[in-house]
Ligand binder design. Structure first.
Ligand code: KIV
Length: 272
């Protein structure tokens, strides 16, 4: 049993900032439902992200754009009921914060009130600064998200590594500093060069949590279904698969089908 598993003190935004200060790495995974969140929390993960990647892995959409605020609240409230220890962060979905700061605040309040999660995450830098400030002013902790921001996929055109050119890298560093200055407690950096991520992590005192951003950041996040090997057709370089559940589940379910067809299941002990 890991040390994290034994103590059930709730992780807070302050815990994460303290972890960075003492050089302790932060573990973060996504979860979207009660059963998986219970396992993730029980295994000692520090932060559970109810990501809008639910749009892909739970709903089967090609992008994160279609998922709605109501869907996110449904997923988040299931996760909140499961997790005793992890800090729970919920993505504000596409279309729930981009129009104006008031709309952003209304969306964040709905998430906090209706799901009872602990924090929200928004994608973007200076273009959404006023929205983030408005949410922070209401006392809602905000995690930023820079680099590859999947809600802007139609602007980028591809899911390739971001900020390889100097100009975009400079903008990203400036955005990270701005997010720290206005009061964000952490930032996700997605799919950027490892050297740039290191530079960002060294230039701010809030935790930088990477996905495809190399080892020199303050923590790592992965999509749960990817690291468990359930989404076998997705294999970016940064992804480490800890299981091959796609194959294991296919084998188990195939066995069940055979057992039913051959009347092996249920047997004498499996009936009343
Ligand atoms: O939605 C999500 O799962 C995310 C992670 C990839 C960081 O934002």
């Amino acid at each position: 049993m890991s040390t994290a598993k034994k103590e059930y003190k709730r992780v807070t935004v302050k815990t994460l900032v303290d972890m960075k200060a003492r050089g302790e790495k932060i573990s973060m995974l996504t979860a979207y439902d009660y059963t998986m969140a219970k396992i993730v929390d029980g295994a000692g993960v520090d932060v559970i992200l109810v990501g809008d990647s639910a749009s892909n892995v739970m709903a089967g959409y090609e992008t994160t754009l279609p998922i709605t605020l109501d869907h996110m609240i449904y997923h988040a409230s299931s996760v909140v009921r499961a997790a005793n220890r992890a800090l729970i962060v919920v993505d504000l979905p596409f279309g729930s914060y981009q129009s104006d700061p008031k709309e952003a605040l209304r969306s964040a309040i709905r998430i906090m009130k209706e799901s009872r999660a602990h924090s929200v995450k928004l994608e973007g830098g200076k273009e959404i600064k006023e929205s983030i400030k408005r949410i922070l002013n209401a006392g809602i902790p905000v995690m930023g998200h820079l680099g590859l921001t999947p809600q802007s996929i139609y602007k980028f055109g591809t899911y390739t590594v971001r900020a390889k050119e100097e100009e975009e890298a400079k903008r990203l560093i400036a955005d990270a500093k701005m997010l720290e200055r206005i009061g964000c407690y952490a930032i996700v950096l997605e799919k950027i060069p490892a050297q740039l991520a290191k530079e960002v992590a060294e230039s701010v005192s809030i935790p930088i949590i990477g996905i495809g951003a190399g080892p020199d950041v303050d923590g790592q996040v992965l999509v749960l279904h990817d690291m468990l090997g359930m989404t076998h057709e997705f294999h970016p370089r940064f992804l480490r698969r800890y299981l091959n559940l796609y194959e294991d589940m296919t084998t188990a379910i195939g066995q069940y089908v055979d057992d039913v067809k051959t009347t092996d299941f249920p047997n004498e002990e499996e009936k009343y």
